[in-house]
Design a protein around this ligand. Structure first.
Ligand SMILES: [Zn+2]
Length: 148
């Protein structure tokens, strides 16, 4: 089922960890509005990054899946508000983060994760139905810090 023109429920819930461990990661109907809102935000990111394919590495995570991947206890992935992605056709994660920061996109949280060298890491971005925090962080092997 399509959530927005370029994103489907199937890719939003896909998880190799869930497949490997036989974890139910199906989206519950109460999270559908949130999932759609997140993918609408992702559509804006897709346009901003040149209408190139966005590869989602993690979207929705059920409680069990979030535990299995070692996600934060309050992870917005569990609320269908967050996605991890790369856009290889556009360029590095660092470059994508800069571009999103300079845009008017109303993200709640934007995190550069494990992108210490080009070709590594991913962008974590979240969208909520509330006024956005517009918080930007960096997470890597040394920990979490504000983007500066
Ligand atoms: Zn994430």
């Amino acid at each position: 089922m399509r959530l927005t023109p370029h994103f489907s429920v199937e890719e939003f819930v896909a998880s190799q960890t869930a497949d490997r461990r036989d974890i139910d990661n199906s989206l519950t109907s109460n999270l559908l509005e949130s999932a759609r809102n997140t993918c609408n935000g992702l559509e804006q990111v897709r346009s901003l990054l040149g209408n190139l394919p966005i590869l989602i590495s993690s979207g929705y995570r059920s409680l069990e899946l979030n535990r299995a991947v070692g996600g934060s206890k309050s992870s917005q992935h569990m609320l269908a508000q967050a996605v991890d992605f790369t856009c290889p056709g556009f360029g590095s994660v660092a470059h994508a983060i800069e571009k999103i920061m300079q845009s008017d996109i109303q993200y709640d949280q934007l995190i550069r994760e494990f992108a210490t060298i080009p070709g590594r890491g991913w962008v974590h971005i979240s969208f909520t139905l509330l006024p956005p925090r517009k918080q930007v962080l960096i997470i890597d092997a040394t920990g979490v810090r504000a983007y500066a």
